[in-house]
Design a protein around this ligand. Sequence first.
Ligand code: ADP
Ligand code: 3PG
Ligand code: MG
Length: 360
Amino acid sequence: MQEIKLLKDADVKGKRVLVRVDFNEPVKDGVVADDVRIKAVLPTIAYLREHGAASIILLTHLARPTSPQDPSGDLTPIRTALGALIDMQGIELHENLRFNPGEESNDPEFAKELAALGDVYVNDAFAASHREHASIVGVPKLLPSYAGLLMGREIAGLTPALTPPPGALAIIGGAKFETKLHLIQKLLSQYSELLLGGALGNDIIKARGLPFGASIVSHEPVPIDVAINDRLMPPMDAVVMSGPGAEREAIIVDIRAEERIIDIGPATSTLWAEKIAAAPFVLWNGPMGIYEEGYVDGTNVLAEALSKSPARAVVGGGDTIAALTKHSFDAQKVFVSTGGGAMLDFLAHGTLPGLEALRN
Ligand code: ADP
Ligand code: 3PG
Ligand code: MG
């Protein structure tokens, strides 16, 4: 199989370099609320400048705009945030790729149009590389193509999670069981224990015939072999709510019909923190509670434990990172991915369409 070519192998001197980035950042009131993905691409831009690229054309999508008039797709906030970080001399930010329907349909004509803008293509959009879109899989068919520095960093950071050491722990939370089922099945064959919190924990509680009250659960049933797997542990207690301000801590068997689980409980977070402290390796995706509504205690206890633990770890997921903004981890031990869906797909399949497209 053809190797993926890396940016260091590219001759970019005097070339127009097309760089697919993922600047799909949260925008609030016309301002970028978190610029992590923008900052993560700066090393690639600096590298291209140092190696004499004639120009750098950045390609990104933002949001899921329904038309070029849809304000959610306006790149002005991104351009402003980027301009605040670097000198834009010689750099062009192309319009939102999703303003052209050919992007998502992977239209070869649109890929041709994009490819004509450059001489060399670099994919540094790890977080979008699970999408078979024109800028991700179409353009590399047409130009000499390379993986950017962030792409290299993500692969190096995530790869240890594909072959975890004995005793490794996976913590999966968040919502939409069906979107994480494939990953959970894969992890069950490799990790010693899987702790399932968030709405995913609700699904296991339900599948095991325990009371889940009015908690949010997935419409799809959990496959029985997953539900009964004894390496999979749902919470044993929870913070539950029956109405505004009516919260209490309850052991799972005690949950009433009108109550819904909004966070893991204190006994669960204490036990899971101990497991984090003892594990050689931790993979974590998904918040433990409805963090947007302030139910972050469980997530915070686990994050504290992780920052103190000697364990090596991989952490990622759009909402997970948003829920962990108050925590900082030792970068030597904990790899924090910029990917959401892309990280989940990479962990489930060991590769991504955007990576395979670079084997040309
Ligand atoms: P990530 O983006 O990190 O992969 P997800 O998108 O899977 O995470 O999940 C995040 C969502 O999960 C948040 O909107 C959060 O409110 C929700 N969530 C977490 N715990 C619960 C719960 N107990 N009940 C309902 N939703 C929950
Ligand atoms: C992400 O934020 O996960 C990527 O940018 C992909 O965005 P999408 O889910 O809208 O394709
Ligand atoms: Mg999410």
